[in-house]
Every structure is written in structure tokens, then in C-alpha cells.
Design a binder for this molecule. Structure first.
Ligand code: PMP
Length: 406
């Protein structure tokens, strides 16, 4: 599927690459986690079934080879994000761990009582709670940028709110609830304009749009491998080298040290300093395969494909009277909606009876639900493997909901 892909502008047809998606099942929960292409499953099977050994320690050939493969995954991730070097990539469990790492290491060492952090109303709990814990620990204040009427981050409001007391701005690059895409360059300019650092939560962005951290100019970028068609338990934190180098170690243990004595321990340089213990070796190989897969298709094509599906879904759903759509019309890959008088859980249950898997709930964004004045939304999220049949099944399911509750 991937070799001839670059010049082909037709709709993607990738279902055959995804063995866990059976015929007739509309999987529309990719924003929670993406299904895995065979290439990723094969890489994991090879990692455990053929080439397995530890990294960074063994002097025997197998371990040296595995170390090269693990470090190749780091270099591949760096290239994927447009990072300057592989040393800027820290492997973590996922975005949640990446953000906690920044809060506990950079935050604790660089921020002081009275400093302010700016978040937005639509953030995932993973980009709220670590900052609240940090705020409580060292006495920070948190300010919240409101949403626009179509549930994007209101950068005009952010411009008016920023002060030189703000040391960090942390925002979702793409909202996991609505698919709203942040103007990341403008957000960076605004944050840097007052001397604040910008962290982008890239969980929903890396599988949907091409990301280049140097072009954006941000300071931290976090994502999870499992939303990028890779394995769970592996993700990456990118930070500029000089920022990482100045950050103290986070967790202590094997691998992250230079020399240990009971009198004084010195630490390895970044990124090793932030990877205590035996890492998720095969997870990194799986992530490498996932990035190769996605790049082989091309993020521009994936984005165009998902945008077409979103446009179809929004058009057909908005034709149903009792449906309220959230998010901007040009949302990337995600459509959140409500059916008047029907709880989103009932919507999802009825859709499931028709082989359509969507998510219903607060999507780990309870403050956003509060701001919207709803307890939950129904959310259909697309991946590269979805197609117009999935949209039709979604719409037919929602029509059935309105008949049942009508
Ligand atoms: N941020 C966003 C925008 C997300 O969508 C998610 C996952 N739903 C996370 C952070 C947390 O990712 P993980 O659970 O993989 O750490």
C-alpha cells in the first residue's frame, strides 16, 4: 500500500493492512487509540520473536544490535517531528508521562511561587492535572484561555491574557474532543512574546497533520505512540537540547547515571538521564514501524482523507434536526456531537448494535464539558483506515437513535 502512495490523491483504501478491523465494523474511536497495521504487529513479533535482547548494557552482539535498533527508533522519531537531533527525543510511556516529566523536572527546577501557567479550556486531563499538582506543590497560579464559539482555543483571548508572569503555556495541538487545530506558530509567538515556554500536547496531531517542531518554534512536544498506529506504552517527549540539558533527572535508577557511589552520583546526559530502568525496547521498534507506515502513506494524504470523511459526516449529521455538532467545520479527523434529549451513552450503545464503535463521555476533558454545559458528547473519530461506508453507518445509526427516541 505504501510504495505507490505519494502521487495518489484518491481516497485511501488501507483496511487490508489492519487485521483487527473485521469486515463491516466501523471503528470510529481512533482518537482514543488507533488500530495497528500489520507492519507494526510484525515489527513487534520480530522484536520479541527473533531479535530480542536488552539495550545499552550487553556486550554480546545481539544486545549491541538491539541497542542500535532502539537508537534508530529514536532517530526516526526525531526526524518525524523535525527535531534537530535524536538527543532531543526522550522515550516515555506516552503523552501523560511526557507532560508529568516536564512538570516534575523542568517545572520544579525552573518555576517559583507566584509564577503563572496558561492552559486552555479544552485541554485533556493529562495536560491539566500535572500542572495543578505542580501548582499546589510550589505555589503557581493557573489561568485558562477560553474557547471560541466553535470550540477552538481562542488565541485572541490568549493574547490579551498573557503577562510576563506567565512562564509556561501548555496547549493541545489538536483537540481530542472536537479535532480543532491550533495555530501552533501563532501560539508560539504569543507565548515567546512574554518570555513563556510553549508545550504542545501533540497526541491527536501527530497521526493527523505533518508536524515540524523547528518550524513551529515551540519548546516541548508530547505524543503517544498508540494514537499513531503504534504500540501502547511508548511515546515521546521532544524538547530543545538546551532545555533538556538544563533539566534535572526525574526518576532515578539504572541507565540514567554516569557514575554511582554512596557519596555522590552523577547523571548521564539527556536523553538517557530521563530514561531510568529498562525501557520499552520492543515498543520503540513498534513505534519506528508505525512512523514508517504513516510517512509511507504521507500525512498530507491522511489529513485530506480524514478531512473528507469529517466533511461528509458533518454535512449528513447536521441534516438531522436533533443533532448538534461541536467544533469548527475544518476539524481534523474528529466529530463531536449531541442528539437532543438522548444521553451520549445511549447513542453509543445503539450505534454499537449496528457495528459502529464511537466514544461517548467526557473524553478526559471535564472542564471543557462544563464550559459547553453538557455532561458528555458523542464522538466519532477517524483514522487512515476509515472510509465513506463508515460515515454512512454512523449516520444510519444516528438516524436510528432519533427514531428510537423520537
Ligand atoms: N492529550 C490528548 C489530547 C489525548 O487525546 C490523550 C489521550 N486521549 C492524552 C493527552 C493522553 O494520552 P495517553 O493516555 O496516551 O498518555
Amino acid at each position: 500500500t505504501t510504495d505507490t502512495a505519494t502521487t495518489d490523491t484518491r481516497a485511501l483504501d488501507l483496511l487490508a493492512d489492519f487485521p483487527a478491523i473485521p469486515e463491516g465494523w466501523a471503528y470510529l474511536d481512533t482518537a482514543a487509540t488507533a488500530q495497528k497495521p500489520q507492519a507494526v504487529i510484525d515489527a513487534i513479533a520480530r522484536g520479541y520473536g527473533e531479535t530480542y535482547a536488552t539495550v545499552h548494557r550487553g556486550v554480546y552482539q545481539r544486545s549491541a544490535d538491539m541497542t542500535l535498533a532502539y537508537e534508530a527508533a529514536r532517530a526516526r522519531t526525531a526526524k518525524f517531528l523535525g527535531a534537530e537531533s535524536a538527543d532531543e527525543i526522550v522515550f516515555v510511556r506516552g503523552a501523560t508521562e511526557a507532560i508529568n516529566l516536564v512538570a516534575d523536572s523542568w517545572g520544579v527546577s525552573q518555576l517559583k511561587a507566584g509564577d503563572r501557567i496558561l492552559l486552555s479550556a479544552l485541554e485533556h486531563h493529562a495536560n491539566i492535572v500535572p500542572w495543578q499538582m505542580l501548582a499546589e506543590r510550589i505555589g503557581l497560579a493557573i489561568d485558562v484561555v477560553p474557547m471560541t464559539d466553535d470550540q477552538a482555543i481562542d488565541l485572541d483571548a490568549m493574547a490579551a491574557m498573557l503577562t510576563d508572569r506567565h512562564k509556561l503555556v501548555a496547549l493541545a495541538h489538536i483537540s481530542n474532543v472536537t479535532g480543532a487545530v491550533l495555530d501552533a506558530k501563532r501560539a508560539t509567538e504569543l507565548a515567546h512574546g512574554v518570555g513563556a515556554k510553549l508545550l504542545l500536547d501533540g497526541c491527536q496531531a501527530v497521526p493527523r497533520i505533518a508536524v515540524d517542531v523547528q518550524e513551529i518554534g515551540c519548546d516541548f512536544y508530547a505524543f503517544s505512540g498508540h494514537k499513531l498506529y503504534g504500540p501502547t506504552g511508548i511515546g515521546a517527549l521532544w524538547a530543545r537540547k538546551e532545555i533538556l540539558d538544563a533539566m534535572p533527572p526525574w526518576q532515578g535508577g539504572g541507565s540514567m547515571i554516569d557514575r554511582v557511589t554512596f557519596e555522590k552520583t552523577t547523571y548521564a546526559p539527556a536523553p538517557g538521564r530521563f530514561e531510568a530502568g529498562t525501557p520499552h525496547i520492543v515498543g520503540a521498534l513498534g513505534l519506528h514501524a508505525a512512523i514508517d507506515y504513516v510517512d509511507g502513506i504521507g500525512l498530507d494524504r491522511i489529513h485530506a482523507h480524514e478531512a473528507a470523511l469529517v466533511a461528509q459526516a458533518r454535512e449528513k449529521l447536521s441534516a438531522i434536526n436533533s443533532v448538534r455538532l461541536f467544533g469548527p467545520a475544518d476539524s481534523a479527523g474528529i466529530v463531536s456531537f449531541a442528539v437532543e434529549g438522548v444521553h451520549p451513552h445511549d447513542v453509543a450503545t445503539i450505534l454499537d448494535e449496528g457495528q459502529v464503535a464511537i466514544r461517548a463521555g467526557h473524553h478526559c476533558a471535564q472542564p471543557m464539558m462544563d464550559a459547553l454545559g453538557v455532561p458528555a458528547t458523542a464522538r466519532a473519530s477517524f483514522g487512515a483506515y476509515n472510509n465513506a461506508r463508515d460515515v454512512a453507518a454512523l449516520v444510519a445509526g444516528v438516524e436510528r437513535v432519533t427514531r428510537i427516541f423520537g
